[in-house]
Design a binder for this molecule. Structure first.
Ligand code: URA
Length: 202
């Protein structure tokens, strides 16, 4: 079992907040353990609570389309949520629930160590861009410690508000450029770190 699998197994037993009383299945997250990009949503909905997998309902189908638009499939990235259990009736998660679940997301990110975190929606954004508004910062990236964070609207927002669809689609198309830029920068840093060969005396 990998460290991440062990962590997800531990999460499945979590009873740290009251969502444990009403959930059907914990939804730890899934995808590549060495993913360069991690997508973080809000909390599981009805479908996710049934299956124990993130983004498998209508919002998930749209997320898959968005990934497809940049040549990726869900198994190429890691997908998870800020809160790992479904809030009853799909209400917004309470601050206490977000706080008690934070340790799981922290550990996931430490193990995966992605280059880019994509926040989907307000709750995930609040974690990495505190005090910001999604209307202002969607489609922009910022370094938080070592990791680049990129804010997007939640895919479900496009299902309720058709006008947001194009905005979300356009934001997603910026992602490959951001990743490529990061990799270029990293390669040139690595090149600088290689000590110059000693000159031969003859
Ligand atoms: N919405 C989310 O934020 N996460 C899911 O897993 C599904 C819908």
């Amino acid at each position: 079992m990998t460290e991440l699998e062990k962590l997800c197994a531990e999460m499945a037993l979590c009873r740290d907040c009251d969502l444990a009383k009403t959930r059907n299945k914990v939804v730890p997250g899934e995808g590549r353990e060495d993913a360069k990009i991690v997508f973080i949503g809000e909390a599981p909905g009805w479908h996710e609570n049934q299956q124990g997998r993130p983004f498998v309902g209508p919002a998930g189908h749209f997320l898959e389309d968005l990934l497809g638009s940049i040549g990726l499939q869900r198994q190429d990235v890691y997908i998870c949520n800020v809160v790992k259990c479904r809030p009853p009736e799909n209400r917004d998660p309470f601050p206490l629930e977000i706080r008690s679940c934070a340790q799981w997301l922290d550990q996931q990110l430490e193990l995966i160590n992605p280059k880019v975190i994509v926040t989907l929606g307000r709750y995930s954004m609040a974690r990495f861009f505190p005090g910001e508004s999604i209307g202002k910062i969607h489609g922009t990236a910022r370094k938080v410690g070592e990791i680049t964070c990129f804010a997007m609207y939640h895919p479900a927002a496009a299902l309720h508000q058709q006008s947001l669809r194009k905005v979300i689609e356009a934001d997603m198309l910026k992602l490959p450029g951001i990743l490529a830029e990061l990799e270029r920068a990293q390669q040139s840093t690595q090149r600088e770190e290689i000590p110059p060969k000693q000159l031969s005396l003859f």
